[in-house]
Design a protein around this ligand. Structure first.
Ligand code: ADP
Ligand code: MG
Length: 254
């Protein structure tokens, strides 16, 4: 049975997509069969893994709204052991359409049930909001991974996110746990990065991953080549760190 991890933070630009793609590819490089589910209408994970959205006829939208079996929208990627359920802009309508749907919060959980025994890990790349798509992800997940960008205002909005996690735990998914908090875009030369790290560690304590993702230009270049960092530049600092993170995540599961 796979471990399902939602990668969530309602702030945009904190490294959710970068982490989904590169943690996914790193887990796969460790021999773990991994599925990434793109549930953000922007579909950045989809294009970042080299899948042309114009060629995608059916996506996660059809799974959530039209009850298409998820197995019908699983795409292989260029990385061994790594598959993707893509998202296209069509998904933007789902947020509204789901409001009128029966048991709307459980749609993703139910659809993933049929493929859970085929993967070691299922990662869900959430959109930058706490709407029904993120709620679906938290309901389907065993654990949530929270990326935090080492920037000013890093902790702002986290209260809201943690409150949402508590509401989901209470009403929709009792088993949901915090998998870990990941510091991203860390720059050890700036006081700000160091300050944010201290604050996040004070707040989340042992929930913070030992691995910290540095600001690394290779990480930001890789998506435009449709490749995870391990394929684009395996010797970069960014690649090393995501492999370290994968090892930590694997250890947590054991
Ligand atoms: P989110 O999915 O939370 O909106 P992204 O993963 O798309 O965030 O990251 C936002 C931007 O920052 C992207 O352009 C991405 O390439 C860049 N980025 C993310 N992580 C890093 C990093 N560690 N170093 C440099 N750039 C990064
Ligand atoms: Mg994103």
């Amino acid at each position: 049975m796979s471990r399902v991890v939602a990668i969530a933070n309602q702030k945009g630009g904190v490294g959710k997509t970068t982490t989904s793609i590169n943690l996914g590819a790193s887990l796969a490089s460790q021999g773990k069969k991994t599925l990434i589910v793109d549930i953000d209408p922007q579909g950045n994970t989809t294009s970042g893994l080299g899948i042309n959205k114009a060629d995608v006829k059916q996506c996660i939208y059809d799974v959530l709204i039209n009850e298409l079996p998820v197995a019908d929208v699983i795409y292989p990627t260029s990385v061994g052991h790594l598959d993707l359920v893509p998202a296209t802009i069509e998904l933007a309508g789902a947020e509204i359409e789901l409001v009128q749907t029966l048991s709307r919060e459980h749609r993703l959980k139910r659809s993933l049930q049929s493929v859970r025994d085929q993967y070691d890990y299922i990662l869900i790349d959430c959109p930058p909001s706490l709407g029904v798509l993120t709620i679906n992800s938290l309901t389907a997940a065993d654990a949530v991974l929270i990326p935090i960008q080492c920037e000013f205002y890093a902790l702002e909005g986290l209260g809201q996110l943690l409150n949402t996690v508590r509401i989901v735990q209470k009403h929709l998914n009792k088993r949901l746990e915090i998998e870990g908090v990941l510091l991203t875009m860390y720059d050890g030369r700036t006081n700000l990065s160091i300050q944010v790290m201290d604050e996040v560690k004070k707040y989340f304590q042992q929930k913070v991953y030992h691995t910290v993702i540095p600001r690394n230009v290779r990480l930001s270049e890789a998506p435009s080549h449709g490749k995870p960092i391990l394929t684009y530049d395996a010797r970069s600092r960014g690649a090393e760190c995501y492999v370290e993170l994968a090892k930590e995540v694997i250890q947590h599961g054991q």
